[in-house]
Design a protein. Structure first.
Length: 234
């Protein structure tokens, strides 16, 4: 049977299963599942695959490579699928113009030069771009992100920029066999956000954390956006 399933129903089935797991994770800690948004990470997926997922009802898609994003954005723009794009990957200042204006949120801001370039571009388009500060809590040098001790300074710099609105924190946990191993990192991000809210008097409503291998633990620790690729598309 499953061979004959349309791409739409296949993805709808996977999506439903993920939503069920998010609901269970919320129930375990007494959270309202309405407070958890799903970002379907579509890097490496073709425009037709993304269109099928959007027709199945997914609306928020995350991309991590500026050029690839821009090509798919161009192909999908006119289909009026109601897609809300998030940028979740490494971003160099010279690629900012490919992303700002086309993405609803940038999850991966980790330095002041990048913030300034996003600010400049946003102001020239007369928009305000919501951004998250990416924090590196694992110490892995291959992952982007500021050290937790630097997040406050970057947020303080960003709050003076009229073209940027800092709305929270993001982190990427290392790949582990047992997601319980990264629970302390997610808890650490939630605690850091709480501390920064107090110190800087910022709202910072969003915690972007949790991927295919660890999203239930992230939800239990307070994620408001989970970024899921493989569990939806593979
Ligand atoms: C690829 C990617 C994801 C999704 O990872 P999966 O393990 O496929 O769910 C999430 N966040 C970022 C930044 C990514 O690059």
């Amino acid at each position: 049977m499953s061979d004959a399933m349309s791409p739409e129903s296949r993805i709808a089935e996977r999506w439903q299963s993920i939503e069920g797991r998010i609901c269970d994770a919320c129930a375990a800690v007494g959270r309202d599942p309405e407070g958890v948004g799903l970002v379907a990470v579509s890097k490496g997926r073709s425009a037709p695959e993304i269109a099928a997922a959007a027709r199945a009802g997914l609306q928020r898609f995350g991309e991590s490579r500026p050029q690839e994003f821009r090509e798919k954005f161009a192909l999908l723009e006119d289909l009026e699928l109601g897609i809300e794009w998030h940028f979740v990957g490494r971003l160099q200042p010279n690629k900012v113009r490919l992303v700002v204006g086309a993405c609803t949120m940038i999850h991966s801001v980790d330095d002041a030069d990048l913030a300034e370039t996003i600010d400049d571009r946003s102001r020239s388009l007369d928009i305000v771009t919501p951004v998250l500060v990416q924090v590196n809590l694992s110490g892995e040098s291959t992952k982007g992100g500021v050290d937790s001790g630097e997040a406050g300074e970057l947020l303080a710099t960003m709050r003076t920029m009229a073209g940027i609105r800092p709305v929270g924190l993001m982190t990427m946990a290392p790949d582990v066999d047992d997601a319980e191993e990264v629970r302390p990192l997610f808890r650490g991000l939630a605690e850091l956000a709480e501390q920064l809210r107090r110190e800087l008097d910022l709202e910072l409503p969003h915690l972007s954390m949790g991927m295919t291998g660890d999203f239930e633990v992230a939800v239990q620790e307070g994620a408001t956006l989970v970024r899921i690729g493989r569990a939806l598309f593979e």
